[in-house]
Unconditional design. Structure first.
Ligand code: NCD
Length: 306
């Protein structure tokens, strides 16, 4: 059974095809409005979410399907000690496809090995978040016209930020991309992502703590929130949380066609004064996420013969 656990589960051709489907959905939504009639998506969210869960649900409704699920661990039998494997087997009896978010890295993988329906990883701990990456890729495609010939800066919590890990994995398969990693020393990109992804694929990258110095060379700036829920102590979080705050004056040396991205939610990292700047793309990402999730649901249900 085909699931989506890691963004690399999709080939670059499949990503192209999802992008083309998403663009077709944007142009001809009525063509798709009945495609999932009678089908059910189960959203199993063991961790907080606004965009990911609601965009999956909106996606399924816009395809004419239905949604069941829960939005917190405490309202499910996991609070009684049920395993992820048993939850996945159970939900397979009710639904056609699962979207699962879980604080434990690898939980959606375990679910996929036990479910008899496709499982989509909607975020597992500080590990991966492949459907946010699909939203990010459609945004880059629409703003930059493709994947290559640009310098992308990742800024903030690169250690725990799962959206960063997945997007770096996805971009590593394209040519002519430069990466600038901007973070406090304590929140640098994990060594395994540097060696297994950037170095292995020959992607030129540099590491810095200085956002303003990096700004002039960036075509894309991917800001992230410091991931409070992954810290072992609150003091470290409080010390690091405001490491980077993007304000209009910090953009004075930025390119005119810079694309400012953020997976959201933002806390303090981007001043609301940036929202009206035409370079702000983070709410475009939100909308693009819904279209890519529609395309993904269609693809996985088709492959599952549903
Ligand atoms: C991200 C996540 O959950 O990893 N949010 C999202 O799904 N758009 C980013 C974050 O929580 O900081």
């Amino acid at each position: 059974m085909r699931s989506l656990i890691d963004i690399l589960d999709l080939s670059t051709e499949e990503i192209d095809s999802l992008i083309h489907t998403a663009i077709d959905i944007i142009n001809y939504p009525e063509k798709y409005s009945n495609m999932c009639r009678g089908k059910k998506l189960a959203t199993l969210f063991f961790e907080p979410s606004t965009r990911t869960r609601l965009s999956f649900e909106a996606a399924m409704y816009e395809l004419g399907g239905n949604v069941i699920g829960f939005s917190e661990a405490n309202s499910s039998s996991s609070a009684k000690g049920e395993s992820v494997a048993d939850t996945a087997k159970t939900v397979s009896c009710y639904a056609d496809i699962i979207a699962m978010r879980h604080p434990k890295e690898g939980a959606p993988l375990v679910a996929s090995k036990n479910a008899t329906i496709p499982v989509i990883n909607a975020g597992d701990g500080g590990h991966n978040h492949p459907t946010q990456t699909l939203a990010d890729l459609l945004t880059v495609y629409r703003e930059k016209g493709g994947f290559g010939g640009f310098t992308v800066g990742f800024c903030g919590d690169l250690k725990f930020g799962r959206t960063v890990h997945s997007l770096i994995n996805a971009l590593s398969r394209y040519k002519d991309i430069n990466v600038v990693l901007i973070s406090p020393e304590e929140l640098m990109l994990p060594g395994y992502v540097k060696t297994d992804v950037l170095l292995k694929n020959g992607i030129p990258f540099e590491e810095t703590t200085d956002l303003e110095a990096a700004m002039p060379k960036l075509d894309i700036l991917y800001m992230t929130r410091v991931q409070r829920e992954r810290f072992f102590n609150e003091e470290d979080y409080l010390r690091l949380k405001d490491s980077y705050i993007l304000t209009p004056d910090k953009l004075k040396d930025a390119k005119d066609d810079l694309c400012i991205m953020h997976p959201l939610p933002r806390v303090n990292e981007i001043s609301v004064a940036i929202d009206s700047d035409p370079r702000a793309c983070y709410f475009k990402q939100v909308l693009n996420g819904k279209y890519m999730r529609m395309a993904l649901i269609l693809m996985l249900l088709k492959e599952a013969g549903k």
